[in-house]
Design a protein around this ligand. Structure first.
Ligand SMILES: Cc1cc2nc3c(=O)[nH]c(=O)nc-3n(C[C@H](O)[C@H](O)[C@H](O)COP(=O)(O)O)c2cc1C
Length: 308
């Protein structure tokens, strides 16, 4: 067993497994717990007789904007290696509508994952409304605020036994987005769309809860954590997130500016900034300034602590 202590002081004591020594269920449990929250695709498909199917898939994501490509993966059943209706349908009619699942629909969508017999229409089983699509044959789900009509470009099997995924690689040929979930910028509002995402076990989360923003890294690269004074990196009080926020600053203020900011922050300091006491004072103030979004000021104080 190996262990590590992170800059924030958390200790991890690792267990390890080679998947070759685990059964498929255990591997699946590890993967689903490790890779989450995962967005959920509600996929509607039809077979060659025109029978409609609706099922959720959380092995799903976006992979390209030009062309616009989504991939989801209906796996062969772990139990007996059999194919799901969705997989069979896209092999017969290579078209699918993928809808986003808002919290308001999550239990209907979960019900749609039941193994209904061949030919059973899950729209009817779970009480959702089928609307005709514009460019593809499978219908779309009227209750979902985001519906993406897709042509299947390729189906790539990843194995032949139970648990093997099948990548259904889909090109979006038409977007339907409810005006109510659009921001004036044309982006989708995470609060309004309230999309659910799946984790391990029976856990879900939703996009309207616990949201926070992280400013994108600068187009010109930030100075980096390694450009911060060593004392600050080693001090152990600023966690990795705060260090990285300082490291995302475009440049280090010059010494005159650092002194000026120091004087603004501490009008009559009773400490020497490089002393242990001074560093404690600096770190407290740096944390406060970072909370207030005054990152340049925080960086200037960090530089006043001096190494050595
Ligand atoms: C939220 C959710 C996500 C799911 N994700 C997947 C998935 O990514 N791949 C998969 O094979 N099954 C997944 N399932 C299970 C399928 O939905 C289920 O096997 C369903 O019966 C398949 O339906 P079909 O045979 O009508 O295609 C998921 C179920 C739920 C509730």
């Amino acid at each position: 067993m190996s262990s590590a202590t992170t800059p924030s002081g958390t200790s991890w004591h690792f267990e390890g497994w080679d998947p070759a020594n685990l059964d498929t269920m255990s591997v699946q449990n590890l993967l689903q717990g490790a890779v989450g929250p995962r967005p959920v695709a509600l996929a509607s498909t039809i077979n060659r007789h025109g029978e409609v199917n609706l099922s959720p898939f959380s092995f799903f994501n976006v992979f390209s904007a030009n062309p616009p490509v989504l991939i989801f993966s209906p796996a062969l059943r772990v139990r007996d290696g059999s194919s799901k209706h969705t997989l069979r349908n896209v092999m017969e009619i290579p078209e699918v509508v993928i809808q986003v699942v808002p919290f308001a629909l999550v239990e209907q969508v979960s019900l749609a994952s039941s193994e209904y017999a061949d030919g059973v229409n899950e729209f009817q089983k779970v009480g959702l409304t089928a609307w005709p699509s514009l460019k593809v044959a499978p219908p779309r789900v009227a209750e979902s605020p985001v519906q993406m009509e897709c042509k299947v470009m390729e189906v790539k099997p990843l194995g032949t036994e139970g648990g093997a995924g099948n990548l259904v690689i889909c090109e979006v040929v038409y977007f339907h987005v409810a005006r109510e979930v659009l921001l004036p910028t044309g982006s989708i509002d995470p609060y309004a769309v309230d999309a659910v995402a799946r984790l391990g076990g029976d856990w879900y989360t939703r996009s309207s809860m616990g949201l926070f923003e992280v400013e994108k890294p600068l187009r010109t690269c930030g100075i980096g954590v390694d450009a911060l004074p060593k004392w600050l990196q080693e001090y152990g009080t600023l966690d990795g997130n705060r260090l990285a926020r300082l490291g995302n600053q475009p440049s280090i203020p010059n010494i005159e500016r650092c002194k000026e900011i120091f004087q603004e922050q501490f009008t009559a300091p009773t400490f020497e900034p490089s002393s242990p006491e001074g560093r404690s004072e600096l770190v407290l103030r740096i944390s406060l300034l970072l909370e207030q979004g005054q990152t340049e000021q925080a960086l200037a104080l960090a530089m006043m602590g001096k190494d050595g």
